[in-house]
Design a protein around this ligand. Sequence first.
Ligand code: TRP
Length: 353
Amino acid sequence: MKNIILTGDRPTGRLHVGHYVGSLKERVSLQNSGEYDEVYIMVADAQALTDNADNPEKVRQNVMQVALDYLSCGIDPTKSNIFIQSMIPELAELTVYYMNLVTVSRVQRNPTVKAEIKQKNFETSLPLGFFCYPVSQASDITAFKATTVPAGEDQMPMIEQCCEIVRKFNEVYGETLVEPKIVLPTNKSCLRLPGIDGKAKMSKSLGNCIYLSDTEEDTKKKVMSMFTDPTHLRREDPGHVEGNPVFTYLDAFCKDEYFAEYLPDYKNLDELKAHYQRGGLGDMVVKKFLNNVIQTELRPIRERRNDWEKRLPDVYEILKQGTAKARETAAQTLSEVKHAMRIDYFTDDNLLK
Ligand code: TRP
């Protein structure tokens, strides 16, 4: 069996460092591992429209931004197919058939859907399309017979739901679809990077993100304004590293070698944490160090983005070609699905059989 990657993001905004450590970084290393026969990275515009029906222009604008973010992070168009979801109508068609295999109450129990409904205050105005997006996401994944989905932790319930659809389909219509596995970052602090305000999640609506496309100065301003430990008032006070986003970011981004370069008084993060906890270490020192670490990590991404931004017609071509390739694959799976269901009526006069 082939090893195939499919994953994607909703283009509702530019991608931020939470996306980077939570999944993008992993995707790039999987892409470069040589272990995958095919890699598909999807700009999920149709999914973005499920809660942005009144603002298609926002989604449209961000299609290109997300593609630029992918390329800047090191998604390589010679190894990966970057494509646009809505340009593959086969995905919508698969969704129509999969919806019959899922109950309303099952989607209602999906923890990610539940959390989003709450967060978006959808109690009485939940769009049906939004409610159904876990099913459409199963189409995204199965259309490519993906074995591996590198995604954020919040996508776990989606993959579970997808596997249930695969099992149900194969049981009812015969072995056709492939169950995927999610790949999460191994570093636990990368699973859910808090916002710079210390809130549980980086989110555009909370205005607490560091974007991959932020300038060096903007990034620095954001790092220097980060929420830390509110009980650490004076330098001498003992501080807390748990729940302190400055240390969570260091857990996510820091390598030992950065100490030699930027903060040689300490050998590693454990030493720095111990000093902070004991007292006598000011927030400014830690933030300045974090800024150096983050800038070093983001600089190559920023430089690649600057290059790609000068070559937008090339980005357009990459999307076009990636989409054409993705469409071929999805069309092949759809025909297998219809064959399994025996609704491929006009193939080989099947309706007469
Ligand atoms: N739900 C994902 C997000 O919120 C986007 C997405 C759509 C996706 N289809 C997918 C992710 C398939 C992984 C696999 O960003």
